[in-house]
Design a protein around this ligand. Structure first.
Ligand code: ZN
Ligand code: ZN
Length: 348
């Protein structure tokens, strides 16, 4: 038997084993799901390694736990909360356009059947609620041509915009402003921020808040773990060299992760306060509706306080659709600040 044949038989046997496992666990049949699951397992393992090494090597920490159990209790609570937040964010919906469209169309057909005219601009069904902001508030969606969703979306754009230019060629749905098709999820996402590989999901209007909390908790956990590593290295300088070497390597990687997390936390806090998304910030010149708007003007911002309130207090099941600002609104936003504006908290 040649080396080539041996390789082939090994590949066939391993492929058969994978296939058998996939039949037992249908969730592993999709390669994308397999890699997402692999990343989740890797992330949990990393957390366990960092915390496990600390408890394994640091005898002082065990003594401290006996004296002050609240200290280790609080650390372990943060550890568990961070992992729970990771899985909650990973399993949450970023707010798919198709879900909002189905909700609006179905609720509108119910309205037609019951011939009840609602004065509410929001439509709701099941766990998803769609709210609309802008000039079309209060307009009935019961016109004769097009679907209620296409009318709703068209109302969010300046007059004269064609439905065809708004239709996603992959999902065949009309995209409201700030939406984008994600090729990893194969769906359009409302207020698309980015597709997070570590979480295996998109970040959009439905889970941006959860994502921010996850980064915040992960940063706090990294910081606390780093402090414990430094405390160990300072008080056990004469312990076995290999223990110190392992601790130093882990501390260096932890420090790099902490710097990255801190920058990410600051960046997303800035995005939240100015009501922007990562995609809008990075691709500002390529996005049609942002072209021509000066750099320092945030077209969807309603002031830092209002932006923060809407980000924190809007339930994740409630999808907000925002209309494009009019020329007058943009002119108002680009107006330079005066002393009166500062005194009246124009931005807040
Ligand atoms: Zn799409
Ligand atoms: Zn995605």
């Amino acid at each position: 038997m040649t080396i080539l044949n041996v390789c082939r038989s090994l590949r066939d046997s391993s492929g058969g084993a994978v296939h058998r496992y996939c039949r037992c666990l249908p969730c592993l049949s999709d390669p994308a799901r397999r890699s997402a699951l692999g990343l989740k397992v890797a992330l949990v393992m990393l957390h366990l390694i960092y915390a496990g090494v600390l408890f394994l090597f640091d005898g002082g920490l065990i003594e401290k736990t006996k004296r002050e159990p609240w200290y280790t209790g609080a650390y372990l609570a943060l550890f568990v909360i961070t992992l729970v937040q990771y899985f909650v964010t990973s399993g949450s919906s970023p707010g798919y356009v198709i879900d909002a469209m189905r909700t609006v169309n179905e609720v509108n057909s119910i309205f037609r059947k019951t011939a009840t005219v609602s004065k509410q601009p929001a439509s709701s069904k099941g766990s998803v609620v769609v709210t609309v902001e802008g000039s079309q508030l209060g307009r009935p969606l019961l016109k004769d041509s097009g679907t209620p969703w296409s009318k709703l979306v068209l109302d969010l754009y300046p007059p004269g915009t064609s439905v065809r230019s708004l239709t996603c060629s992959y999902c065949n749905v009309e995209q409201p402003p700030r939406s984008k098709h994600c090729h990893d999820c194969d769906r359009c996402v409302l207020q698309f921020d980015h597709h997070c590989v570590w979480l295996g999901t998109c970040i959009g209007v439905g889970n941006h808040c959860k994502f921010w909390w996850y980064i915040c908790e992960e940063t706090a956990l990294c910081l606390w773990t780093g402090i414990q590593y430094i405390t160990y290295l300072k008080s056990n300088i004469l312990s076995a060299w290999w223990k110190d070497a392992i601790m130093i390597v882990l501390l260096v990687t932890l420090s790099i992760s902490l710097i990255f997390l801190l920058l990410l936390l600051l960046f997303h806090s800035y995005l939240i306060l100015t009501n922007q998304t990562t995609y809008e910030l990075v691709r500002r010149r390529r996005i049609t509706y942002l072209r021509g708007i000066p750099e320092r003007v945030y077209p969807f911002s309603k002031g830092a306080c209002r932006n923060l309130y809407e980000f924190c207090c809007l339930p994740s099941s409630k999808y907000r659709l925002e209309s494009l600002p009019t020329a007058l609104e943009l002119e108002e936003k680009s107006r330079p600040y005066t002393c009166t504006d500062v005194a009246t908290c124009r931005c807040c």
